[in-house]
Write a protein of this length. Structure first.
Length: 309
């Protein structure tokens, strides 16, 4: 036991990290024998990771001209293809879209969407189809749009804020951002829920979610490093989701209490949470074969949080 504690950092690197990298290199070498489309030759282990700053739409178009309409790239242990040919794009997006319809999700997205419990990242299947029905029929319908009086009030309030500033400079970017956020908050939570410091707190949660969604994580490209958490993102992910849980759980409880007081009826000024709670059940069990939307799917709290975010 004393010998283990006496190991120096260099020894730990030699005994644990280097063998791990060696095994990953072997796996990459074996996988590289599969018949992938043509593409730029990558470096050992990291593949084409050194080209990541060039993989913009223009950079991918240049690779398409050089290697053909479909190009293979390997970023770490993650294999991907770029399609630039119209004919191949039609096969991917239209003819065989059921094969390619699932949207890739990194470690942060899987965790922050409660394991793909939303519509944006849910895998194509019965659950995704029922979620789409809820969004089309309940959340984004014409009737739903006409009932959002609070949204129109928010736009009017923004205009009244800008009018007195005639002749002076206005930060349009900040103004539009705050308007968009306020519209989302009031449409999702109602006109009487997110105000003052609570609104600022929720904005900070959204901003942290946005940063985590786009953060570079080595574990996304080297899954074997996920348990190591080399960049310390796990703690940030846990803290961000815990903050969201506390905030929205409180709002859900308030809406459930209001619904109970009203005898299960909505008061006409219902919001997104009210509409989602119509399908609410703690276990979230569903019968996807039933024609009635409320019977065919039920949502638990994680589903509601993921849809709102």
């Amino acid at each position: 036991m004393e010998a283990i504690y006496d190991l120096q950092p260099t020894s730990i690197l030699l005994y644990f990290v280097l063998p791990l990298l060696f095994l990953m290199g072997i796996l990459v070498k074996k996988r590289s024998k599969l018949p992938y489309p043509p593409g730029p030759k990558g470096l050992p282990l990291v593949g084409n990771m050194s080209m990541m700053d060039q993989l913009t739409h223009r950079g991918l178009a240049q690779l398409g001209k050089k290697y053909g309409g479909i190009v293979h790239l390997r970023i770490g242990m993650l294999h991907m293809v770029s399609v630039t040919s119209p004919d191949i794009a039609r096969q991917v997006l239209q003819v065989q879209d059921n094969i390619f319809s699932d949207r890739p999700a990194n470690v942060a997205i899987k965790y922050l969407t409660y394991d793909r419990s939303d519509m944006a990242f849910a895998n194509y299947g019965p659950f995704w189809r029922q979620m789409r029905k809820i969004c089309v029929m309940k959340l984004f319908s014409r009737k739903r749009e006409e009932s959002w009086n609070s949204v129109r009030e928010e736009v009017d309030s923004t205009i009244l804020t800008v009018l007195p500033q005639t002749g002076s400079s206005v930060n349009i970017g900040e103004l539009v951002f705050m308007l968009t956020m306020n519209i989302i908050y009031r449409a999702a939570f109602g006109s009487d829920v997110v105000q003052g410091k609570e609104k600022e707190y929720f904005i900070s949660i959204l901003q942290e979610f946005s940063k985590l969604f786009g953060a570079f994580n080595l574990a996304d490209f080297f899954p074997g490093l996920n348990w190591v958490d080399p960049q310390g993102l796990t703690a940030r992910l846990t803290k961000a989701r815990k903050s969201l849980d506390g905030f929205i759980d409180k709002i859900i409880d308030e809406h459930l209490e209001k619904k109970k007081v009203n005898g299960g009826c909505l008061d006409g000024d219902d919001d997104m949470v009210d509409n989602l709670l119509a399908f609410y059940s703690e276990d979230g069990k569903k019968d996807v074969a039933h024609e009635d939307l409320k019977v065919s799917i039920t949502l638990n709290r994680d589903h509601i949080k993921a849809i709102i975010m």
